[in-house]
Write a protein that binds this ligand. Structure first.
Ligand code: FE
Ligand code: FE
Length: 399
């Protein structure tokens, strides 16, 4: 296997890192990319608002999910866990033990490459890995690289060095980015989920009021709560919810907010969900206690209200998005159906359901509920009483 090793402070990980990881993986045809946030030297005093090692690890994970490398990319905490100074030579020795048969390539940007000879034990590093240096800007010319490459190759005849320039790379300095974040700028240089995480955790001097987030901030914050595979679904639900709200005269802003937050606890496991329910005193029935599919709507409503300050209407729309209930409000119907028919959904009958939702909202809702009930019956799965109640109430109304 060809394995890339990409270390960095990732403080914070930004679009430049994501682009580099993706491009180098492609150009070197890597089978795997290990991303390793470096530990801070113990004596170094960090400015206030600096992330903890765990927070840097989480941000790096959120960022690397956006490389599109999937399982090929793996974020490791081995340097964060190590006491004292962390040397690349030691990290590579560790990895060499884990991957004795594989070819390691150390990824680094221009600055790192040009100062490589001053690192701790460059000889040991070059003995265990090749170097893949990439130019971050158009100005990092081959001229600059070739001088250093020749110098290193003369000094270390066994060195394997590969230099490449990455077209379209985003040139961002982390120092500058941190300053911009403190001034309320710079969000566009980060993956949305990373920016949302920074706002949520109030890092780098950001001071977002989570209970009164403008939409442009609520969106990344909501995305930062999701498993990355669910991001398209939530954005699709937002889009569909606005369309339905406009069609049927519901409040489009509330529809957006409810859609963005509707699955905000879905990635948590059952014990985590139950702990949240306890914390926000969410009443649960027996079925909800057992099933994340039901539980996340209740805990999501709890978090939306307590953390993000949603009003009763939005909170209820989140609370009932999975089961529905008798006599649903307009916003509840919009969110229930947007979640059901958003553009990423693909199941037999979805087109018919979409049509119904835009012709007659209640007819769409009834059809949706009946499809759910039919599917549950087909699987011999228990049906939540609120779902039956929702269907019966609608049927009664329409007879
Ligand atoms: Fe959901
Ligand atoms: Fe959903």
């Amino acid at each position: 296997m060809k394995i890339g090793v990409y270390g960095g402070a990732f403080n914070p990980p930004h679009l430049g890192h994501i682009t580099a990881a993706r491009a180098v993986s492609g150009l070197l045809k890597l089978d795997k990319l290990l991303i390793i946030p470096t530990g801070h030297p113990p004596h170094k005093i960090l400015p206030p608002g600096s992330p903890t090692p765990e927070q840097r690890l989480e941000m790096t994970r959120l960022a690397m999910e956006q490389t599109g490398l999937g399982d090929k990319a793996e974020v490791l905490d081995l340097e964060l866990r190590r006491e004292g100074s962390s040397y690349t030579a030691d990290t590579l020795a560790c990895l060499k033990e884990k991957y004795p048969e594989d070819e390691l390539w150390l990824l680094m940007g221009t600055d790192m490459f040009l100062t490589f000879h001053t690192w701790h034990e460059p000889e040991r590093i070059l003995a265990s890995a090749g170097i893949a240096a990439f130019g971050r800007t158009e100005a990092d010319t081959e001229e600059l690289f070739s001088i250093q490459r020749d110098f290193l190759c003369r000094r270390h005849p066994q060195a394997r060095i590969f230099t490449l320039s990455i077209p379209g790379v985003v040139d961002v300095s982390s120092t500058e980015l941190r300053e911009r974040l403190a001034r309320g700028e710079g969000g566009g240089l980060l993956a949305p989920a990373v920016y949302g995480y920074i706002l949520r955790e109030k890092l780098y001097g950001t001071a977002a009021d989570l209970k009164n987030l403008p939409l442009e901030q609520l969106r990344p914050v909501a995305l930062s709560c999701l498993n990355h595979r669910r991001i398209p679904h939530v954005l699709g639900t937002e889009q569909e919810a606005v369309r339905l709200a406009e069609r049927w005269g519901a409040d489009a802003d509330k529809a957006r907010r409810a859609a963005l937050l509707h699955d905000c606890t879905k990635k948590l496991n059952l014990p985590e969900q139950l702990a949240l329910a306890e914390r926000f005193q969410v009443p649960l029935d027996e079925m909800e206690r057992r099933e994340i599919k039901l539980l996340h709507a209740k805990t999501g409503a709890g978090v939306a209200e307590a953390v993000f300050g949603t009003d009763g209407e939005i909170t209820d729309a989140i609370r009932w998005h999975t089961t529905g209930r008798g006599n649903m409000t307009l916003l509840e119907k919009v969110i229930y159906l947007a979640d059901y028919i958003e553009p990423n959904r693909d199941f037999p009958g979805v087109e018919e359901l979409r049509r119904a939702c835009y012709e007659d909202l209640d007819a769409g809702l009834l059809l949706g509920l009946e499809m759910t009930i039919g599917e549950m019956e087909g699987r011999n799965a228990p049906i939540h009483p609120k779902t039956l109640e929702a269907r019966d109430a609608l049927k009664g109304q329409r007879e």
